[in-house]
Design a protein around this ligand. Structure first.
Ligand SMILES: [Zn+2]
Length: 299
């Protein structure tokens, strides 16, 4: 038996204990795709998150410290030009980094933004609805695209990325089945969301949303729209109105006051959740729970 020298053994341990050793520098713009990237990178390194905390995915302005993070990234994962409008200029100035717009990844379903009725006429997001992560099948397609980009940039860790992808897809498929069962009782329960962020979830699981409070999350809602929304709450056309934690609750509370409609909370981004591989399934389960808590009750 050959006994390794203590110093050499310590050095080997040291190298294995450094997960970022030789890992590419990866940046993801929002928490859901950061979570998917973090899962793919487990054992290799950790991606940097651009938009943390309780910020909206729409009203973001790039700070100088964020611009520096972008500059030093080897790979940037974003939804794409339908979401990260604030990145259009800075990404052009990016050094040798690879930019992966996940809305264009193979297998990702894209829906147009909704118009008419309680969805309003204005077009805040452009023609495409960018909230693609709220369908777990899109999360699977994005996981594959994230891994393909990482394998290309960092072939030394290809085996780890591929093993992580296989594991992540099994988890996402199980999550999709779990959610499908959970949403069955809610299919005929009409509701209004704060902004048009949930179409991917609704199409996937047959949910019955009838409109949005705001067509532009950062602008005040017009008086005519307020009257229409109040009427929807009063007539029972919507049994729940969902607010979002990034925006003050005052307007929605006023809309349901004196009606049988209830107020729930939906968070499309995981504002309060800790970033990491576990965030994505937690985000989807929290949405399912919030919808069930508000819509599941009988009036
Ligand atoms: Zn949004």
């Amino acid at each position: 038996m050959h006994k390794p020298k203590p110093i050499r053994a310590a050095l080997i341990l040291f190298l294995f204990a450094l997960p970022s050793w030789g890992a590419p520098s990866v940046l993801a713009t929002i928490k859901p795709i950061h979570s998917l990237a973090a899962g793919v990178m487990q054992g290799v390194g950790e991606p940097v998150l651009l938009i943390g905390g309780a910020l909206s995915e729409h009203s973001y302005e790039l700070k100088p410290s964020d611009a520096r993070k972008l500059q030093s990234a080897d790979v940037v994962f974003e939804i794409g030009p339908d979401m990260e409008t604030y990145l259009t200029g800075p990404l052009k100035a990016l050094g040798g980094g690879t930019i992966v717009a996940l809305e264009y990844a193979p297998g990702v379903r894209l829906y147009p933004a909704r118009h008419g009725g309680l969805w309003g006429e204005e077009d805040e997001h452009g023609p495409t609805d960018p909230h693609i992560w709220l369908d777990p099948r899109n999360a699977i397609a994005m996981t594959r695209a994230i891994a393909a980009a990482l394998v290309k940039r960092d072939p030394a860790h290809a085996a780890v990325y591929r093993a992580n992808v296989a594991r992540q897809i099994v988890l996402l498929e199980a999550l999709d089945r779990e959610l499908a069962a959970k949403f069955v009782p809610l299919r005929d329960r009409p509701y209004i969301v704060f902004h048009d962020a949930y179409r991917y979830l609704e199409e996937r699981y047959g949910l019955h949303s009838v409109g949005a409070v705001t067509v532009a999350p950062d602008r005040p809602v017009g008086t005519r729209r307020v009257a229409t929304l109040r009427e929807a709450a009063a007539s029972g056309r919507a049994i729940c109105l969902f607010r979002e934690p990034q925006f003050p609750p005052k307007l929605i509370e006023a809309l349901v006051a004196g009606t049988k409609a209830r107020v729930g909370v939906l968070d499309p981004l995981g504002a309060d959740l800790t970033p990491g591989p576990g965030l994505y399934p937690r985000l989807l389960r929290d949405l399912a729970q919030s919808l069930t808590d508000c819509l599941g009750k009988k009036n």
